[in-house]
Design a protein around this ligand. Structure first.
Ligand code: BGC
Length: 562
């Protein structure tokens, strides 16, 4: 299929190399039909917001047919839109409008597991042990007398055991919820099915895929016991010794070398289509050179760089993450990506308001330390300003352009993340970053839905942060994001290279680098630092970033040197 070229795109590098990509979480972006759950027509009706934000592409989290036991990451049919979100015609309308606005569309691909309601899993349950139907998943006999013990000791990322027993005594593997059985990627039928799913969406005009749990598809053939903690955000690898790649000990369920053959094959499929179609790996893999294997020239185009995201408010740590990821990616000739928030982690406007931003990755509850909203937002704006100047592509998560905080006071009975239930409430889960967006300060559900319904309650603090309350207001977070993307484009930030500017980082806590003739300075220290005399301020993360020629704490600037 041939795509129309995006308007005014005259570059020779692929569009994704320096793209700003906005993550839309369909459940919570905008609800057109008033049932309290966002939908595709709602997204289409608000696409002008994305155009005014100046983003190059949008990535849609899953909107496929799903019982929603993991918010759509449990797919029952990969080619159908869930009626909660609309129809295929609604998807086409969304994609076509986005194209007209010059915004490309990326969809989520969830190949590690299906929903237990998928026709394949239902057939597997109905079939006998050893049948072809069971072989599409990872069914095994148990250990111990009568096979009553699970085949190995793996746990679920969401807490609890990683295996569930079916009535005939066999067990199936689910690295996530019990309703998300893992597929067997050694089975050619699984490979062929996903080839077809990928073509289905490419034929419908999508420009790329975000590949869920890209490091999980292939498991160690022996399914050996593993005593490590099976997690996503923290990564699930142990490293040691002088050579981090040689000494790397991958967990047996993640980052097995066999995954790369799958991505080489998918890259061939992308190559059948025009328009620089792409894939981005969601792979919580360490160290950086292992992650860079996913973006070798014949594999995926991008991988999320979570090393930067999990750093605290610490210039030295951020610099280490930048160096490590850029060096690893340069070694394979791939541009890097940057991201600070998504639907799985605490929003960075709240993370940076905690005493230790690295301490809570997945959820804050009412009984936990509460973030300092003021400091958190100041730091988030500063970190984003620095991030958007780094060479490579950047991902934004819906609502961060409004400065939304994590919702930390959600009542237990409103929470839907399976992590909450499977951990017995020990881990509050990710609902706090998934609360429906506030569009209009004075409207019911802050304009999220026409009826005022909202699948998660919105905090009162959302009123002041609603999009219409920030529209045209100088210094608002929304206007800052618009300025950042516009100036980034004008100054060609995101392209080219960067170099540390130690001469402008006089003390610990200051991050300074130059790129495309711009000096970027970020202050994570607790005192102000003198900026170079005569420098022209291009953009500051807050209106008062500079005081008497010095960069104040918790702020960042883009400067042009004299
Ligand atoms: C997605 C999560 C999801 C998990 C299982 C992840 O990495 O981003 O939201 O729960 O995969 O599909």
């Amino acid at each position: 299929m041939t795509l129309e070229p995006a308007p005014a795109d005259t570059r020779t590098t692929p569009w994704w190399a320096d793209a700003v990509i906005y993550q839309v979480y369909p459940r919570s972006f905008a609800d057109a039909d008033g049932d309290g759950m966002g939908d595709l027509p709602g997204i289409t009706s608000r696409l002008d917001h994305l155009a005014s934000l100046g983003v190059d592409a949008l990535w849609l989290s899953p909107f496929y047919l799903s019982p929603q036991h993991d918010a759509g990451y449990d797919v029952a049919d990969y080619r159908q839109v869930d009626p909660r979100f609309g129809s295929l015609a609604d998807f086409d309308a969304l994609r076509e409008k986005a194209d007209r606005l010059g915004i490309r569309t990326i969809v989520d691909l969830v190949p590690n597991h299906t929903s237990d309601e998928h026709v394949w899993f239902q057939a597997a349950l109905a079939a006998a042990p050893g049948s072809p139907e069971r072989d599409r998943y990872i069914f095994r006999d148990g250990r111990g007398p009568d096979g009553a013990e699970p085949p190995n000791n793996w746990t679920s990322v969401f807490g609890g055991p990683g295996w569930t027993r079916v009535p005939d005594g066999q067990w199936y593997l689910h690295l996530f919820d019990v309703t998300q059985p893992d597929l067997n990627w050694h089975n050619p039928e699984v490979v062929a099915e996903f080839d077809d799913v990928i073509r289905f969406w490419l034929d419908r005009g999508v420009h790329g895929f975000r590949v869920d749990v890209a490091h999980g598809l292939v498991k160690h053939p022996d399914l050996p016991d593993w005593d490590g903690h099976t997690a996503m955000v923290e990564g699930t690898t142990r490293t040691g010794g002088a050579d981090p790649i040689e000494e790397h000990v991958p967990a047996p369920m993640f980052d097995q070398d066999g995954v790369h053959e799958i991505y080489r094959h998918w890259n061939d499929i992308l190559g059948e289509y025009d328009g620089d179609r792409m894939m981005v790996a969601e792979a919580w893999v360490e160290p950086a050179p292992r992650l860079a294997k996913y973006v070798r020239p014949d594999e995926m185009q991008q991988a999320f760089n979570f090393e930067f995201l999990i750093e605290g408010w610490d210039a030295a740590g951020m610099a280490r993450a930048v160096d490590s990821v850029m060096a690893a990616n340069e070694a394979v000739g791939a541009p890097t990506t940057w991201v600070l928030s998504n639907h799985d982690v605490v929003r960075h406007a709240s993370r940076f308001g905690l005493a230790d931003p690295t301490g809570r990755s997945a959820g804050i509850g009412a009984d936990d330390e509460q973030p300092d909203a003021g400091i958190g937002l100041r730091r988030a704006r500063a970190a984003t300003l620095a991030m958007l100047a780094l060479p490579g592509s950047a991902y934004l998560y819906q609502g961060e352009e409004l400065g939304l905080p994590e919702a930390t006071q959600l009542p237990a009975d409103a929470r839907e993340d399976p992590t909450f239930v499977r951990s017995g409430g020990a881990d509050v889960g990710r609902d706090g970053c998934r609360v429906p967006l506030p569009w209009e300060a004075g409207a019911p559900a802050y304009g999220f839905s026409p009826t005022g319904a909202s699948w998660l309650p919105q905090p009162a603090s959302f009123a002041d942060l609603a999009a219409d309350a920030q529209e045209g207001v100088p210094g608002s977070t929304l206007e800052l994001y618009r300025q950042m993307t516009a100036l980034r484009r004008e100054l060609h930030l995101g392209t080219g290279t960067m170099a540390w500017a130690e001469e402008h980082a006089p003390a610990e806590g200051i991050l300074a680098f130059t790129t495309e003739g711009v000096l970027v300075v970020l202050n994570t220290a607790d005192r102000a630092f003198e900026l170079p005399a005569g420098a022209e301020l291009l953009l500051g993360s807050v209106p008062d970033a500079i005081d008497g020629g010095a960069l104040v704490p918790d702020a960042a600037v883009w400067l042009r040197l004299p």
